[in-house]
Write a protein that binds this ligand. Structure first.
Ligand SMILES: [Zn+2]
Length: 111
């Protein structure tokens, strides 16, 4: 099977399709973003997941996720994870801040 046909490429996403490992919190600029690695149970792709929720604002959830190469896992930290998503060929993003649905982006992420 071509891995891009996998359910992990097709929003809406369900956490049930992944084994999730929490990497930690990125406290850069006080954002307290939750960083995790989600391994797809079906195709074994590893997705780097970056989740920001600004407390006190109901429509302020933002998340980004990109496929991460196994070779990058060793050097991965919560603090450099957003940069790695920006460097990926493309990424998914969404959350209430952006309205409904999931979009595909690439390049610089403004947080
Ligand atoms: Zn998959």
């Amino acid at each position: 099977m071509n891995s891009s046909d996998c359910i992990c490429y097709k929003p809406p996403f369900s956490h049930l399709n992944y084994d999730t490992v929490e990497l930690g919190i990125d406290e850069t600029n006080g954002r307290f973003a939750e960083v995790s690695i989600q391994t797809c149970k079906h195709c074994q792709n590893r997705w780097l997941n970056y989740f920001i929720e600004i407390e006190g604002f109901s429509s302020n959830i933002r998340w980004f996720k990109a496929i991460i190469d196994n070779a990058l896992l060793e050097s991965l930290t919560p603090e450099n994870s957003l940069e790695l998503i920006e460097k990926a060929a493309w990424y998914f993003y969404g959350g209430s801040y952006y309205g409904s649905g999931v979009s595909v982006g690439r390049g610089k992420i403004i947080v």
